[in-house]
Design a protein around this ligand. Structure first.
Ligand code: ATP
Length: 905
């Protein structure tokens, strides 16, 4: 049985707390005698149980009896009011100063033992860093008891683990509000983080008649809401009922031990709303039972009119200057049997409002500790059993996070084939996608799942899935990955998916109209997931290219769903895909809104407003909302882990996946838009220098495509097999040099005539000559020498730096033209650099068709200036590190990354 001052027997406390002054003694005697009178009167008025009362009643008429009863009642009420006033003024006074001091000293010592630190020390001695105890505190301080002005001790009450507390005045009285805040702060700060959950009822909070929202009594504790420790208070009867229902569930679940956890639920009622009798009954019933099940109540404003004291509660009565503390449940401040229960015989000055910064600091500390303690890890989203245990015939599914403690799974099926993921930069989009991709690759093996990954934003993406310098492992389901990808890369990726879709449709048709699941019975047909991040960069230009790719995505999304091909489009805002009614969006029923990602939800759905990083709204009905507050079966708010928090786990998982790969599995083909390919590393160049290439070719760079194809201009014996490099920048000169160098790589020995006609070209030409000399015949010539070489028609390569410089005017156009046409069949090819499109276009015959004369690679000349050359609109926006090649009739052009500079040796 809990006692307030364990080292001091309660009867002693009572006996030794004696009135001190004569005046006080007299006052107390008067009060006692008045109290007796009052009791007699009250009994008479209620039941007429005195002998005299019964006699009078026997002879009087009912009317007279009624009016006498009313008079008695009025008298009794007046006497009660007067007595309360007098009692209020009387402070129980101690009798013997010396013993009072001694006793107070002993009680202080006892209190320090019973309620150390947060639960009992003066608030001004506590700081945010003051450590909590190792369990919720059984006693808590409510203020300072002062039997004498200078003999004080902490007033403690038993609460958690044993009973409740009621206060006769609610939090509209600022002293009560302060006491409640102090009490709550002490309890929360003293208990280990997360061991004490609080629910609050506060009719002073909410939006009162003036329309101004108020945070109410516990506004300062708001930081605990996100941590789930103290949700916003119930402000009305509906809220009260919800809290009561939760508390009843808690209490109904049995003792903490039976529930299997040792958390305590504290229900703080700061001010009751206009509750009905049933609500009050429920509250009283909870008090009667709850303390055995780890539910404790602090109810301010109890008892309401006509109600009994709160069961199992220590009552506090607030008076003008101090409070009176009644006996705790099942334990008096006096020894049982010695005297009638009378509570603590000393006035108590209740704790004042704690400093706001102390409250805020403690709440932040708790929220942080809870967050740290409940933070999810990537491993929480991974399967617990074997890797690759799932099959994808009916769809793919993976855990994407947790909603209120329950795992949330999201999938790719025919009904939910494609996803849109939106969030502002830094909102955890990569984190979310990384979780999803690892979740999938851990569940579905390479024969069940293939991944294509692309990110249009600058920077390294998806590196966790790819080989790096230090770690040569990779995730075997990944076929290709494009980082800092150009839009041409994405167009090629879409082309790859279109081709695969076509292949699957064809197979289905050939098999008599079979769909995916049936087709899989005869052939391996992994599901394909293609993730494209930063989609707005794909559509930024709003030109023909963007319109075309949107149309292709739409068509792909429509048909691919039935053939196991799935798209995840991610980025900021609405991803540039158009308004919510855009038909393309209809193909994407799954919407994931990260912080700042509301645009992928319906405009009226504000579920994603104010999300913190690490959370998302997952909606499987195209972003559709629903009535506010209603449960939405199609929508969840999830928390998800930051997978990069534990790089070791990521690396370990990648190694496990890699170790399980099929023997011949090639690593993913990686395109990094910010990197320069090197000629010496190029597979086609290596084949050439090994003497295994059939036709000589000028190698220019790597295409911006998913295969990273080498961009080559074959220089066979057909008319027009020449190369014109068009541009004014250094890139153009470098391209010419690379073309010559790579062509040389195809020959054991060949003849190269270098003509550095343009200013500044002598240096590159000399370097090239030095490189080629030894193995090849190299001549460096001027215009006259070039003309001679043209006329001589000896097989070889004419490498001309500046075909259209003024000096070269001596080269007649018709001679050049016939060289381009007739030279190659005779083994003489021109690799020439032009600075403007006009002179090159001047070589065209009346029928145009530049491809008959030469392949053209362009650097910094925009498409609008190329129309005269190609005789059609050309889509080319020059940009650093990129060039475009047209080789062949009607060619759309291939965007390439030219090889970087490095010696061919
Ligand atoms: N679940 C999470 N919980 C807490 N922090 C997270 C979580 N996920 C990501 N973060 C943090 O948020 C920051 C941004 O994460 P991430 O790189 O995934 O975002 P992003 O939206 O892809 O950003 P960007 O577009 O700028 O690359 C990182 O510092 C990361 O550590």
């Amino acid at each position: 049985m809990p006692r307030i001052h364990p080292s001091v027997p309660p009867d002693r406390l009572k006996r030794e707390t004696i009135p001190v002054t004569r005046l006080a003694k007299t006052a107390q005697r008067r009060a006692t005698s008045r109290r007796r009178t009052l009791r007699w009167d009250t009994v008479t008025a209620r039941g007429g149980e005195s002998a005299s009362g019964r006699e009078v009643d026997a002879v009087a008429s009912p009317k007279a009896r009624a009016s006498r009863a009313a008079a008695l009642h009025r008298r009794a009420a007046a006497a009660a009011t007067a007595a309360a006033g007098i009692l209020d003024e009387i402070r129980p006074a101690p009798a013997d100063h010396h013993r009072q001091y001694e006793l107070a000293e002993r009680l202080r010592t006892a209190a320090a033992l019973a309620a150390p630190g947060w639960s009992g020390a003066p608030l001004e001695t506590l700081a945010v860093a003051t450590p909590p105890g190792d369990r919720p505190p059984p006693f808590v301080r409510i203020g300072t008891a002062a039997p004498l002005d200078d003999a004080r001790f902490p007033a403690l009450v038993p609460l958690l683990g044993s009973g409740h507390l009621s206060i006769d005045t609610d939090a509209r009285d600022p002293r009560v509000a302060g006491l409640l805040r102090a009490l709550l702060l002490r309890l929360l700060a003293a208990a280990p983080a997360g061991s004490l959950l609080v629910r609050a009822v506060d009719a002073t909070a909410g939006t009162p008649g003036n329309g101004e929202p108020t945070g109410g009594t516990f506004a300062g504790f708001v930081a605990l809401a996100d941590a789930g420790l103290l949700p916003p208070p119930a402000v009305d009867v509906a809220g009260l009922r919800a809290v009561l229902a939760e508390a009843e569930q808690w209490a109904g679940a049995g003792t903490a031990r039976q529930r299997g956890h040792d958390r305590t639920l504290l229900l703080m009622v700061a001010a009751l709303p206009a509750a009905g009798a049933t609500d009050l009954d429920r509250l009283a019933a909870l008090a009667a039972q709850g303390h055995r099940a780890g539910l404790h109540l602090v109810v301010a404003g109890w008892p309401p009119a006509g109600r009994a004291p709160l069961p199992q509660a220590t009552p506090i009565a607030v008076r003008n200057a101090y409070a009176l503390v009644g006996d705790p449940p099942a334990a008096g401040f006096s020894s049982p049997g010695t005297e009638e229960p009378g509570g603590l015989h000393a006035p108590v000055f209740v704790d004042e409002d704690p400093p706001a910064e102390l409250v805020a600091g403690v709440c932040r500390r708790l929220a942080r500790q809870i967050e740290d303690g409940t933070r999810l890890a990537l491993t929480d989203l991974l399967p617990t059993g074997d890797l690759w245990a799932a099959d994808s015939v009916d769809g793919l599914a993976t855990m994407v996070g947790d909603a209120a403690g329950r795992p949330v799974s999201l999938g790719f099926t025919e009904l939910t084939p494609h996803w849109l993921v939106s969030g502002r930069s830094g909102a955890g989009r990569s984190a979310f996608l990384t979780n999803v991709l690892f979740g999938l690759t851990a569940r579905y093996g390479p024969d069940e799942l293939i991944l294509y990954l692309a990110d249009l934003a600058d920077g390294e993406s998806f590196v966790e899935f790819l080989q790096t310098e230090r770690d040569r492992s990779w995730v075997p389901q990944v076929r290709t990955a494009g980082m800092a990808a150009d839009r041409e890369y994405v167009a090629d990726l879409v082309g790859q998916l279109e081709a695969e879709l076509h292949r699957r449709e064809e197979a289905g048709r050939r098999a008599g109209g079979q769909r995916y699941a049936e087709l899989r019975q005869h052939q391996p047909l992994p599901r394909i997931v293609c993730v494209i991040d930063n989609v707005p960069l794909l559509l930024r230009e709003r030109d023909r290219f963007a319109a075309e790719i949107l149309g292709r995505l739409d068509a792909l999304a429509r048909s691919a769903r039935a053939y196991g091909i799935h798209l995840v489009l991610a980025g900021e805002g609405d991803l540039g895909l158009g308004g919510p009614r855009d038909p393309l969006l209809g193909q994407f029923p799954v919407r994931v809104a990260l912080p700042g990602g509301s645009a992928v939800l319906e405009p009226t759905n504000d579920a994603a407003a104010g999300l913190p990083v690490g959370t998302a709204i997952v909606n499987t009905a195209g972003g559709l909302g629903g009535p506010r507050g209603a449960t939405r079966g199609h929508e969840r708010m999830i928390r998800f882990p930051d997978p990069h928090e534990d790089p070791d786990t990521l690396a370990e998982l990648r190694h496990r996946l890699w170790a399980g790969r099929p023997e011949d599995a090639p690593p993913p083909v990686v395109f990094a838009g910010f990197a320069r390919p090197l000629l010496t590393n190029d597979p086609r160049y290596r084949v050439a220098v090994a003497g295994r290439a059939h036709t000589p070719a000028a190698l220019l760079g790597r295409a911006v495509d998913i295969r990273r194809s080498t961009v080559a201009v074959p220089l066979g014996p057909a008319a027009g097999r020449n190369l014109a490099v068009l541009g004014r920048d250094d890139e153009a000169i470098r391209l010419l040099v690379t073309a010559a160098r790579s062509t040389a790589g195809h020959h054991q020995s060949a003849r190269f005539v270098l003509a550095p006609l343009a200013d500044g070209s002598a240096g590159p030409a000399a370097a090239l000559a030095a490189e080629l000399t030894g193995r090849h015949q190299v001549e460096t010539v001027d215009v006259a020498g070039l003309r001679a070489a043209m006329d001589g028609a000896e097989p070889g390569y004419l490498v001309v730096f500046g075909v259209d410089v003024p000096d070269a005017a001596e080269l007649p156009g018709d001679r050049l033209r016939s060289l381009l046409l007739e030279g190659p069949p005779a083994g003489l090819h021109l690799l020439g650099w032009w600075r403007s499109a006009g002179t090159l276009a001047g070589l065209l015959g009346p029928e145009g068709e530049v491809d008959k004369l030469t392949a053209v690679v362009v650097t910094d000349v925009p498409g609008s200036r190329l129309e005269s050359l190609f005789d059609r609109p050309v889509l080319w926006r020059p940009r650093p590190g990129r060039a475009m090649l047209w080789d062949g009739p009607g060619e759309q052009g291939t965007v390439l990354v030219p090889f970087g500079e490095v010696s061919a040796g």
